[in-house]
Design a protein around this ligand. Structure first.
Ligand code: URA
Ligand code: SF4
Length: 207
């Protein structure tokens, strides 16, 4: 049974949490990745954005959403009326999972398994307990399953305000697609408009 549980300090601040997460060995993903990519941003943020896992750039730089998907997300947030600098951003899984087609070739993102997502859950729970956001923006299926369970379907609930009990706290959540899926879409412009539209629902729920 993989779990981050023994690595998560009790009653710690965000800085202590981040430091502890840098040494997490709760699942095998720490072995091949460069470093733990913990959440970042405003500790008193009203909105928390939860993605899947760090990508190649995030793994190198040690910060979430600094690569192409992050750039697109920042643009979409600003357009929807949410200041990206006011948000707290994190991921369901804190280490980059990848494969290589050939040795020393480009690293290709691989989706985390349910076991790995579950193992990493205590970090996300600790972040939620500390930041206590008014609203959680759920970016895609992995984040949705991590927070709301394996029956989560992003197509069914995107752009709506959900109210759910998570780790003993009543949370409001707005799910939407993952920004990486916009970059992969056949009709990128339509996919981007869809993302902005969902984030506008989140912006309205905050005001
Ligand atoms: N995709 C994610 O889900 N998170 C990141 O931090 C970067 C890309
Ligand atoms: Fe720990 Fe999460 Fe990294 Fe696994 S992915 S080693 S649980 S921080």
């Amino acid at each position: 049974q993989y779990t981050a549980e023994p690595f998560v300090p009790e009653s710690a601040g965000l800085a202590d949490l981040r430091k502890a997460a840098s040494g997490c060995r709760g699942c095998p993903l720490h072995r091949d990745a460069t470093q733990t990519v913990f959440g970042a941003g405003n500790e008193h943020a009203r909105v928390m954005l939860v993605g899947e896992q760090p990508g190649d750039q995030e793994d190198r730089q040690g910060r979430p959403f600094v690569g192409p998907a992050g750039k697109l997300l920042d643009r979409a947030l600003a357009e929807a009326g949410i200041d990206p600098g006011e948000a707290y951003v994190t991921n369901a899984v804190k280490h980059f999972k990848f494969t290589r087609a050939e040795p020393r070739k480009r690293r290709i993102h691989k989706a985390p398994s349910l076991r790995e997502t579950t193992a990493c859950g205590p970090w996300l729970a600790a972040e939620l307990a500390l930041v206590e956001p008014e609203l959680i923006v759920v970016l895609g299926a992995t984040a949705g399953k991590a927070l709301l369970g394996s029956s989560f379907r992003v197509t069914q609930v995107r752009g709506t305000v959900l109210e759910e009990e998570i780790h003993g706290r009543r949370e409001r959540l707005v799910p939407t697609v993952h920004p990486s899926s916009v970059l992969r879409a056949d009709d990128r412009e339509a996919a981007y408009r869809g993302l902005v539209s969902d984030l506008t629902v989140a912006a309205r729920a905050l005001s």
